[in-house]
Design a protein around this ligand. Structure first.
Ligand code: ADP
Ligand code: MG
Ligand code: ZN
Length: 475
């Protein structure tokens, strides 16, 4: 029997507010000395009164709007009780039945260019736990992370493949970065995933039983864990077994999911309304204010790049997906005057350079002006595409002004027709056999002559012009 995977994702993203969710401790905890950003509130001391961080709530609501959610004018916090040494209060403060935002959606662009909508069930706020480190001498606990604000974004079970899941989380990362509500940097533990996977026979409506694998902390482990779970469940079902509803963990070294415990239900957590924190009230006006602060989102931007600037679907989506790349592209295009060519250079040459150094776009040191100038030099026929490629690495590495590089190295296209004609004649004189081929009807033979002229001029001639001159001289 053929099975179809059904996937729903829960994404935890750390909100990039200055302070934690319920206290004034700093939220910038990466690589900080253990337990250096803690207080009685975030360490769960009895009798301490939390106060909700308005900035974090607004960022959560704003993310909801960016995901086309309804932001609830009334939402509240609930206690989710469980015991763990990294959770000193014995409960997590989360949102159960009244989340800050719900009923949203996110579009992903599949590799065939088609767009698929994934439903976003809800976005709720909660505080994170501390962090345990197991050593040979015992277990250490660092409470710096305790109380930092998370938004949990829960998808509908609309995802049908590893590819779709991967596109969804990448798009989500782009969006929270766009609206500047989370840095979503996985190396810094700012984004984690839980995956819910079930299988059903192709054509069947009803969902199968799901497993939930928690705490994946990279795109790669998300993809690997999904592949593993789909394979595991397929084999289980094909051999006549049944999938049990349970919580699993991911072993990154062995690349397998392992059963941790039976599925806990809401009742196991003894959810109850948080008595120490007043409900969150957001007015219609505040919601509209937040909406007006949203930047142009990737989907809208990509559409504009296609319709107004003539980019291909793929190029438009690739550039628009990354807010920094999009800004860069728009600035460079202003200088070059040619959006399509700028997109090409950005996506192939610049990204190529970055990849060769294993760098992400935000590591880029080349200014958009200098890329724009380079493209303009090609567009105006001052340098050939080949010359541009030759000098690109140098321009990129030093963030140099390409106009100056071209000037200093004397790389301008030979536009002196007389000079070029002389070289063409020399090449014709030296190659009677090729000339005979061409005159005998072998159209392609002219390529050999053009190549030689390009060689003789060290690539500084305009191949189109060379072609024309050769044809004129041979006619
Ligand atoms: P819980 O609180 O137990 O994690 P939820 O109802 O909030 O349960 O669902 C969590 C996630 O599981 C959601 O992303 C949802 O889309 C997904 N999900 C629910 N049912 C299934 C299923 N049968 N197969 C795959 N995913 C599912
Ligand atoms: Mg869950
Ligand atoms: Zn604190």
């Amino acid at each position: 029997m053929e099975y179809e995977p059904v996937i729903g994702l829960e994404v935890h993203a750390r909100i990039n507010s200055e302070t934690k969710l319920f206290c004034r401790c700093s939220n910038n905890i990466f690589n900080e000395k253990p337990n250096s950003h803690v207080c009685g509130i975030c360490m769960g001391f009895p009798g301490m009164l939390p106060a909700t961080n308005e900035q974090a709530v607004k960022k959560g609501a704003k993310t909801g709007l960016a995901l086309s959610c309804t932001v609830n004018e009334f939402s509240k916090f609930d206690r989710k009780s469980y015991f763990y040494p990294d959770l000193p209060s014995g409960f997590q403060t989360s949102q159960y039945d009244k989340p800050i935002a719900e009923h949203g959606k996110l579009n992903i662009t599949l590799s065939d260019g088609s767009v698929k909508e994934i439903g976003v069930t809800r976005l709720h706020l909660e505080n994170d736990a501390g962090k345990l480190t197991h050593t040979s001498g015992g277990t250490l606990v660092d409470y710096n992370r305790s109380g930092t604000p998370l938004m949990e974004i829960v998808s509908e079970p609309d995802i049908r493949s590893v590819e779709e899941a991967s596109l969804y989380v990448r798009q989500l990362q782009k969006i929270v970065r766009y609206v500047n509500t989370s840095d979503a940097n996985m190396e810094k533990g700012q984004m984690r995933f839980d995956i819910n996977v079930s299988l059903r026979p192709k054509g069947q409506e009803k969902f199968g039983t799901r497993s939930e694998t928690k705490n994946l902390n990279s795109f790669r482990s998300l993809e690997k864990a999904l592949e593993y779970e789909i394979k595991r469940q397929t084999e289980l079902l094909e051999s006549g077994g049944t999938v049990v509803q349970e919580t699993r963990g991911w072993d990154d070294d062995k690349e397998v999911t392992v059963s941790q415990r039976g599925k806990e239900e809401a009742a196991d957590y003894r959810y109850f309304p948080e008595p120490d924190i007043p409900p969150i009230i957001v007015t219609k006006e505040e919601i509209e204010q937040l909406r007006s602060e949203l930047p142009e989102l990737p989907g809208v931007k990509a559409k504009r790049y296609q319709e107004e600037l003539g980019l291909s679907v793929i190029d438009a989506n690739n550039i628009a997906a990354d807010v920094e790349m999009a800004d860069f592209f728009e600035k460079a295009t202003k200088v070059s005057g040619s959006p399509k060519k700028t997109a090409n250079w950005l996506l192939s040459e610049l990204i190529g350079q970055l990849k060769s150094y294993n760098m992400a776009f935000y590591d880029n040191k080349l200014s958009p002006e200098n890329l724009g100038k380079l493209v303009k030099l090609i567009e105006e026929g001052v340098i050939s595409n080949k010359i541009a490629k030759d000098i690109f690495k140098e321009v990129y590495q030093g963030n140099l002004d390409p106009e100056k590089v071209v000037e200093e190295k004397g790389l301008k296209v030979m536009s002196d027709t007389g000079e070029l004609e002389k070289v063409c004649q020399q090449v014709i004189d030296r190659n009677p056999a090729i000339v005979a081929d061409f005159k005998g009807g072998k159209e392609k033979a002219i390529g050999g002559l053009v190549g030689q002229v390009m060689g003789a001029t060290k690539g500084s001639a305009n191949p189109k012009m060379v072609n024309e001159i050769l044809r004129k001289l041979l006619s």
